[in-house]
Ligand binder design. Structure first.
Ligand code: SF4
Length: 426
């Protein structure tokens, strides 16, 4: 299954219970008044207001940020402009902010001409998850991943499945203080071979993610970025140097869908996928199918064709079932037939590893060898029932399977690039 929502809490010494956190968040966001997206006007016709309008992000006085113990860590990737204005250049939204204003992500603010990151080291979620939950099916299967998030997201998807934390205001969201040293130590303590920056959009806590990732890399812990892919090229290439894997949420395959449902653009996300491939980061792609939004067979076919030609036919693709959430109360969950049809289209377009998440499907959670068709990894939900991949290869035909796999020696790994030429094109 490809449910990325924060799961059962990891019982750390100072850990706040996930249930309490969630309840507190829901309560606080609901009580926030006219500021929160949850208070957006009710839909008039259809699942949401069309064209989609995102409420303006209110300013956050510096005194309130200090009183709420938010971080005032100077942010990177920005340009100071005359008159105490700042241009944030971290993501394609390119917010231009006057003194006291903050960006669309709600977590980067301009005070007197300096841009600050408000959520550095302020975690709203901290769990140990199975790696299959990210979802990553070709990265150290059945391993645990220490998974963390701060509040905030630079997109505004009306169907967000994690909106309680992604769309929360940082001053409202209860958080745990975790320095990068503490976060990496907790991952090591939990014997996790990797850390995932996940649940919300990690790009908006770029500085914290990068500091954690560098420390983790130095200690032999791998880094996983679960992302919408909305990050500009310079910071992305810097981040990619310490990434081992990424799952990019490709929301759809039209600018229309991105504009109407996500308040964003498609083109920068496609560029992110290309850059990750160039930087040799193991990439998997998730596509949440929203009925009536991005489930047109022609659009799915075009997406799969693009992935097969530009990223490679061996890139793993996860079609994920949507459930009504945030500003979309209808339609209901994605029908299984839609997910099945999408998988058939992807296979017909030449993609070799196509999965179905958040829904029970006979073959949709199984890894088959692209060389001989042998069943290599059987899963049920997030659990691996059996794994026959041996040092990155099929034991029957020897075909190398793209991904990051346990090697022959304890603690070693074998990395098979997604774009590695395969015998017979398989
Ligand atoms: S990271 Fe935030 S402040 Fe910066 S451009 Fe993107 S949405 Fe705007």
């Amino acid at each position: 299954m490809a449910d990325r929502r924060p799961g059962p809490a990891w019982a750390g010494a100072a850990y706040l219970g996930a249930a309490a956190l969630l309840l507190a968040l829901i309560g606080l966001v609901a009580l926030r008044g006219a500021r929160g997206p949850s208070e957006a006007p009710a839909p008039e016709a259809g699942p949401f207001r069309d064209p989609f309008t995102r409420p303006a992000v209110p300013a956050l006085p510096r005194e309130e940020a200090v009183a709420k113990q938010l971080s005032l860590r100077e942010a990177r990737y920005c340009t100071k402009l005359p008159g105490d204005e700042v241009q944030c250049e971290l993501c394609p939204t390119l917010c231009r902010l006057r003194d006291g204003e903050r960006g669309q992500c709600k977590v980067r603010v301009n005070y007197a001409g300096t841009l600050y990151a408000l959520t550095y080291g302020r975690l709203v979620a901290e769990h140990v998850d199975p790696i299959e939950k990210k979802p990553l099916h070709h990265f150290l299967p059945a391993s645990d991943v220490y998974s963390i998030a701060t509040a905030g997201c630079n997109l505004g998807c009306v169907f967000c499945q994690n909106w309680e934390i992604s769309q929360a205001f940082p001053e409202d969201a209860p958080f745990l203080l975790r320095s990068p040293e503490e976060a990496v130590a907790r991952a090591a303590q939990a014997k996790c071979p990797s850390i995932a920056y996940t649940y919300t959009e990690p790009a908006v806590f770029f500085e914290y993610m990068l500091d954690c990732a560098r420390l983790a890399r130095a200690q032999g812990i791998r880094n996983v970025w679960v992302t919408c892919g909305y990050l500009n090229e310079k910071p992305l290439r810097e981040l990619a140097k310490v990434l081992d894997a990424a799952n990019v949420d490709l929301k759809g395959f039209s600018e229309r869908f991105y504009a109407a449902y996500c308040n964003a653009q498609l083109a920068p996300v496609l560029r992110t996928l290309e850059i990750l491939k160039e930087e040799k980061v193991h990439v998997e792609v998730t596509n949440l199918l929203v009925p009536g939004g991005n489930d047109d067979p022609g659009e799915i076919r075009a997406m799969c064709r693009w992935l097969a030609t530009r990223i490679g036919p061996r890139v793993p693709l996860h079609f994920s079932r949507y459930h009504p959430a945030f500003r979309m109360e209808r339609p209901g969950p994605t029908p299984l037939e839609t997910l099945t049809k999408a998988r058939e289209i992807a296979l017909a377009e030449g993609l070799r590893y196509v999965y179905i998440g958040n829904a029970a499907h006979a073959d949709g959670s199984t890894t088959f060898c692209a060389g001989c068709g042998r069943k290599l990894i059987a899963r049920r939900g997030f659990w691996v029932l059996g794994n026959e991949v041996k040092a990155g290869a099929c034991p029957a035909c020897g075909a190398r399977i793209p991904g990051v796999w346990p090697g022959a020696e304890p603690g070693s790994v074998v990395t098979v690039p997604v774009d590695e030429p395969a015998p017979g094109g398989k």
